[in-house]
Design a protein around this ligand. Structure first.
Ligand SMILES: Cc1ncc(COP(=O)(O)O)c(C=O)c1O
Ligand SMILES: N[C@@H](CCCC[NH3+])C(=O)O
Length: 479
């Protein structure tokens, strides 16, 4: 077992018994509350409600598994970043979760949008988002993708290699445009997070390394490119980061590079993007910073360095994704089987199998990510028992919640609700074992709205020419 935490329930009076070191109800409640979106609560019947809708109603009407987004909470988090970072541009990182409704919410809150693929760019434009407020990322942007960025007039392209600089310059010139560009650099920082979501060390695919001189070379190439308007530097150190020290080191190294560039090109670069990566609480072991605290830290770091280097303060921007979409979402599953497995010394663990799994949340399998969970359809007074929520896929690593206390009377038909599921869950969902990807519903003021519909088996069959052809010629036996 890695560690214990409580996710349990939402109200102090119903909190699942906490470990000994966490016995003060106020502490428990505050930490547990952090995991959930702002309108989530357990109602008088012991059922979890969000946006004024009970998870029982959601499960009955929409089915399970389902992702549920608390619209009020999502918008509050957008606004909290916008206000805390006033004077800076806040780009919502669409990779964490993007759909038409989210594009609208980002636009309504007056914010910017970070897209990192041709498809995300197409979605944002199809949903009517102002191209000038879009930033495009990606380490291997295609010709078609860059062409769309140029012709649509995206606000900035963050370039990631010399090949891309040459490609973008050519495309921009073909269209007689000049494209605003930031150069993504790696500052050689070891961010305190999982290796696969750490992006500022130099031996990986993103960015141009400061240490080797590649970043300086890329910046100078951009400055000389007729199709490129070099605006500044971009540095993203990684994701699910709680500690500002990584930003401090990368800020120092990046601004030193900005100074060096300013000397060589005879002008200061007007923009600097610090990336995203701000951590959220998946369990009570995590303690995220507020947007206000983050803004203060990041401002201080940049102001201090600029003063020391005698640089004018550039226009700053950030790209939070998870910190906005993550806590706004929860996943709802139906329990299918409960299997107690003896661990020795009279201890057992309940393997709680639900109707989803690694196809709708790959993060535990991919990063060893830890989640919390609770029974959502009822409160229980039964003794807590150690549980592991597992999916229905053909993998023993198909785990959704590794260690959590659930009521010992948890039973098939119960609903398991997993908070913190708004980011990188639906966005990274797959069709493994031909699973159909779950829907995303928005809840607000007692209403359920489909944000992304559930995939059907017909959607999957339609991708398969053999099955499609045979179905077309086989009489319908269901009739
Ligand atoms: C360049 C860039 N910006 C922003 C983000 C968003 O990260 P997060 O969702 O952790 O805030 C990422 C993902 O790690 C990224 O690679
Ligand atoms: N997908 C990752 C973070 C995104 C990394 C993007 N550079 C996660 O679930 O934590």
């Amino acid at each position: 077992m890695t560690h214990m935490h409580v996710a349990g329930s939402i109200h102090a009076d119903a909190v699942t018994p906490a470990p000994k070191w966490l016995q003060r109800p106020d502490d428990v409640n505050a930490m547990v509350q952090m995991l959930w979106s702002s309108t989530a609560c357990r109602n008088d019947d012991g059922v979890i409600e969000v946006g004024g809708v009970s998870v029982v109603e959601i499960a009955d009407r929409i089915g399970t598994p389902a992702y549920v987004i608390d619209e009020v909470d999502f918008r509050e988090r957008l606004a909290a970043f916008r206000d805390a970072f006033a004077g800076m541009k806040v780009y919502y990182a669409g990779k964490s979760f993007l759909c038409g409704a989210v594009v609208d919410w980002v636009a309504d809150e007056g914010m910017y949008l970070d897209v990192c693929s041709h498809e995300e760019l197409q979605l944002a434009l199809a949903a009517g988002f102002d191209a000038a407020r879009i930033g495009l990322h990606g380490n291997n942007k295609s010709e078609a993708e860059l062409e769309l960025a140029v012709t649509a007039g995206v606000g900035r392209v963050v370039v990631d290699s010399v090949t891309e600089i040459e490609r973008l310059d050519r495309i921009a010139q073909e269209h007689r445009r000049t494209v605003p560009v930031l150069v993504r650099v790696t500052a050689g920082v070891e961010a305190h997070t999982h290796e696969y979501i750490s992006t500022a060390h130099e031996d990986q695919k993103f960015g141009l390394a400061i240490g080797s001189g590649a970043a300086l070379d890329g910046l100078l190439r951009c400055e000389q490119a007729a199709g490129i308007d070099l605006r500044g530097i971009h540095s993203h150190i990684g994701s699910q980061i709680f500690d500002a020290s990584g930003f401090e080191v990368s800020g120092k190294r990046t601004l030193k590079l900005a100074k060096q560039v300013a000397r060589l090109i005879g002008r200061e670069l007007p923009e600097f993007d610090l990336g995203g990566g701000f951590g959220i609480a998946y369990t009570t072991m995590d303690s995220p910073m507020t947007p206000e605290a983050l803004a203060e830290h990041l401002r201080e770091i940049v102001e201090h360095e600029c003063r020391a280097l005698e640089l004018t303060l550039p226009e700053l921007s950030i790209e939070p994704g998870r910190a906005i979409s993550g806590p706004a979402g929860m996943a709802v599953y139906r329990v299918g089987t409960v299997k107690p497995v003896a661990l020795g010394d009279g201890i057992y663990r309940n393997y709680i199998s639900v109707d989803g799994g690694m196809s709708d949340n790959i993060r535990p399998a991919l990063y060893g990510a830890d989640y919390s969970g609770t029974v959502g359809n009822r409160a229980s007074t039964s003794e807590p028992a150690l549980g592991r929520v597992v999916g229905r896929h053909c993998e023993s690593g198909d785990i959704l919640v590794r260690d959590e206390f659930f009521p010992s009377d948890i039973t098939p038909g119960d609903l398991v609700v997993i908070p913190g599921s708004g980011a990188y869950s639906r966005a990274m969902a797959s069709n493994y074992n031909h699973a159909t990807r779950p829907p995303v519903v928005g809840v607000r003021d007692g209403q359920i709205t489909t944000l992304v519909r559930r995939e059907s088996i017909d959607d999957l069959f339609a991708l398969d020419p053999v099955v499609s052809a045979r179905r077309a010629t086989t009489p319908d036996t269901d009739a």
